[in-house]
Design a protein around this ligand. Structure first.
Ligand code: CAA
Length: 276
């Protein structure tokens, strides 16, 4: 993490925040620019995610169990980095911009609760990259994905060269990035980028809430450790990954949640998890 302080506006100017039933919905709300990720949007997202941290994870009260990230308006999830603002950047300011955005994507991956990208329209460039840093990518039928940076004389800069191949494999990632081709929700699902497609944006949000309601019934500790282990394993060789999984699995046996979960199963009752 950088030691640069974030801007922490009381009320973000580019985001809408709505929290209920332990789920925070973050809507990037610049519909006039198809929710493009200006430096302000990046900083406001960073401030929100940073503010969530004390409420989740081991030792917290687990008052938040999931996050939904979506886009405001009818047309877009996020149409990418803000091209108008980027056109005025030089190499040094672009480097700082991408560093802050890449760090945000890592923060999403490191958060001990699931983050659902509810992709309700264009998810292009940085928008597709932000979605790929989330745990579940859900889409409505009108969603369109792509990494069109080559048309701008750019390459993906918010993690796309790394993450797209994890989702779709190197062959499809090379083709999508080098052609800049846009794909619809059905093709994104076929390629493995999207795990669930819903007929409408309303059904999409309902589906995201339903998934997080399922998560809410599970041990918060076990969900957090699953996410952390999947991430750790991705960064390791298969052998070291198995070792990391074995260690994390064995560590669950020290937790109250594991004792409660297994006892509740045997006693044929619902578990009551504390996240400890
Ligand atoms: N940045 C800034 N403004 C954007 C934007 C972006 N990424 N995408 C759209 N807008 C703005 C448009 O300029 C337009 O503003 P004005 O009304 O002031 O002209 C407004 O949003 C509506 O857009 P369009 O009129 O273009 O809408 P459309 O329906 O005709 O087309 C679209 C929609 C196909 C998504 C088109 O807007 C488009 O191609 N946008 C750019 C997509 C793109 O190239 N994204 C990648 C950016 S680079 C990047 O993200 C790098 C990285 O990896 C970090």
């Amino acid at each position: 993490m950088t030691d640069q302080p974030d801007a922490r506006p009381e009320t973000p100017s580019t985001l809408l925040l709505d929290e209920r039933d332990g789920v925070l919905t973050i809507t990037v709300n610049r519909p006039e620019a198809l929710n493009a990720l200006s430096p302000t949007v990046i900083d406001e997202l960073r401030a929100v995610i940073d503010g969530v941290r004390p409420r989740v994870g081991e030792g917290s009260d687990w008052s938040l169990r999931g996050i939904i990230l979506t886009g405001g308006g009818e047309k877009a999830f996020i149409a990418g980095a803000d091209i108008k603002q980027m056109s005025a950047m030089d190499r040094a300011s672009a480097d700082a911009y991408t560093a802050r955005a890449q760090e945000l994507t890592s923060w999403l991956e490191e958060l001990p609760i699931p983050v659902v990208a509810a992709v309700n329209g264009f998810a292009l460039g940085g928008g597709c990259e932000l979605a790929m840093a989330c745990d579940f990518v859900y889409a409505s039928e009108n969603a369109r994905f792509g990494q069109p940076e080559v048309a701008l004389g750019l390459i993906p800069g918010f993690g796309g060269t790394v993450r797209l191949q994890r989702f779709v494999g190197a062959a499809a990632a090379r083709e999508l990035i080098m052609t800049g081709r846009r794909i619809d929700a059905a093709e994104a699902q076929r390629l493995g980028l999207v795990s669930c497609v819903f007929p409408t944006p309303e059904a999409l949000l309902a589906g995201a809430h339903a998934a997080l309601a399922e998560v809410r019934a599970q041990s918060p500790l076990a969900v957090a450790r699953s996410k952390a282990t999947i991430r750790a394993v991705e960064l390791l060789s298969p052998r070291a990954g198995l070792d990391a999984e074995r260690e994390a699995f064995a560590a669950c046996f020290d937790s109250e949640d594991m004792r409660e979960g297994t006892t509740a199963f045997i006693e044929k009752r619902r578990p009551s998890f504390t996240g400890r």
